[in-house]
Design a protein around this ligand. Structure first.
Ligand SMILES: Nc1ncnc2c1ncn2[C@@H]1O[C@H](COP(=O)(O)OP(=O)(O)O)[C@@H](O)[C@H]1O
Ligand SMILES: [Mg+2]
Length: 283
C-alpha cells in the first residue's frame, strides 16, 4: 500500500483545514488554531483525547487495553472533524511542524471510509484491513526501510462511519456486526502498538455496536450542539463568506427555534443558502 492509495492527512493538509496555530498555547494547554472547532464541549473532548493519546505515546504504552475511541452521534455533529483536530494537535505536541526530516517523525491520520471498504472498492475487505494496519505501522511499502533503532511513525487510524463496514444482514434480516471476535479487525486491534497508534471509530448507529468494540474503545457521545454554539458557528462561517448580520437573520431565526437545527452541517448549508440568496439579489 502506498501513500496515494489511502486518504492521508498530513500536518500540511490539516493546517489547510484548521489554519496555523497561534504562537502560544491556550490555558488548557491545547493549541489555538485559526479556524478551530467551536464550542466548549468540543474543546473539552479534545483536551481529554489529547491527554490520553499523549500519555500512551510518551510513556511507551505499547500494549495498552485502551486502543482508541468510539465517536457516536448524529450526522454532521463533528465526529470526523474531531478526529482531524486531534491529529492536528498531536502533530503540534509531537514536534511535527511539517518539516519532519524523516517519515518516521511524522504524525499522520489515515482516513478509512467504512463504506468504501465495505463495498470492496480496494479489493477484499479483510485483506484491506490487514493492509491498512500494516501501512499505519510501516508506511508505504517499498519506501522507508525500517530499522529497529528508527523511531516509528505515529498514526491515527480513523475508521469513519463504520456501520457499513461492520454490519451485515444475518439470515433473519436483522443487522449485526460482521466481524467476529477472531476476525482480522479484532486481531489487528489486539495487536495494535498503542505507543504509536490510536484508532478512532465513528458511527451514527451506536445501537448496533458490538460489545467487543465497547470493551476496547472509549465511547464519546456527540450530542447536537447547543443553540449558542450553532450561532457562533453561523457567524464564523458567515465571516468567511463576508455576510452581514442582516444577511444572516434568516439563519439565526431558524436556529433559535429549539431543536430545529441538529447539526453543524445543516448550519453550513444554511449559510451557503443565505450567501447564494444574497448573490442572486445583488444588482
Ligand atoms: N465544533 C465545530 N466547530 C466548527 N465547525 C465544526 C465543528 N464540528 C464540526 N464542524 C464542521 O461541521 C461539518 C460537519 O462535521 P463532521 O465532522 O463532518 O460531522 P460528522 O462526522 O459527525 O458527520 C464539517 O464541515 C465540520 O468541519
Ligand atoms: Mg463524519
Amino acid at each position: 500500500m502506498r501513500d496515494s492509495d489511502v486518504d492521508l492527512y498530513t500536518f500540511e493538509r490539516l493546517r489547510d483545514e484548521f489554519g496555523s496555530f497561534a504562537a502560544s498555547a491556550a490555558d488548557d494547554d491545547l493549541g489555538r488554531a485559526q479556524r478551530d472547532l467551536i464550542g466548549s464541549r468540543y474543546r473539552e473532548i479534545l483536551r481529554e483525547l489529547t491527554a490520553m493519546v499523549s500519555y500512551q505515546w510518551k510513556e511507551h504504552m505499547e500494549r495498552s487495553a485502551l486502543k482508541g475511541f468510539l465517536f457516536h452521534g448524529g450526522v454532521g455533529v463533528g465526529k470526523t472533524a474531531m478526529a482531524k483536530r486531534l491529529t492536528y494537535e498531536l502533530c503540534r505536541r509531537f514536534g511535527d511542524n511539517g518539516v519532519a526530516g524523516r517519515n518516521s517523525d511524522e504524525v499522520v491520520m489515515i482516513l478509512v471510509d467504512g463504506a468504501d471498504v465495505a463495498r470492496g472498492r480496494y479489493g477484499d475487505t479483510e485483506e484491506q484491513i490487514r493492509d491498512i494496519f500494516k501501512y499505519a505501522r510501516d508506511g508505504q511499502s517499498g519506501g522507508h526501510h525500517h530499522h529497529d533503532d528508527d523511531p516509528k511513525r505515529r498514526t491515527v487510524i480513523l475508521f469513519d462511519d463504520v456501520e457499513s463496514l461492520f454490519l451485515t444482514r444475518n439470515s433473519a434480516g436483522a443487522k449485526e456486526w460482521h466481524f467476529s471476535q477472531n476476525s482480522i479487525f479484532f486481531h489487528s486491534i489486539d495487536d495494535l502498538d498503542t505507543a504509536h497508534t490510536a484508532v478512532i471509530l465513528t458511527t451514527n448507529r451506536l445501537d448496533l455496536v458490538d460489545e467487543a468494540i465497547v470493551d476496547r474503545f472509549l465511547s464519546y457521545e456527540f450530542a447536537p450542539p447547543p443553540v449558542a454554539v450553532l450561532e457562533e458557528v453561523t457567524r464564523e462561517k458567515a465571516k468567511l463568506q463576508r455576510l452581514t448580520e442582516e444577511d444572516l437573520q434568516p439563519v439565526l431565526n431558524a436556529i433559535r427555534a429549539p431543536g430545529a437545527v441538529k447539526s453543524i452541517r445543516e448550519i453550513e448549508r444554511m449559510v451557503m443558502r443565505a450567501y447564494v440568496d444574497k448573490l442572486l439579489k445583488a444588482p
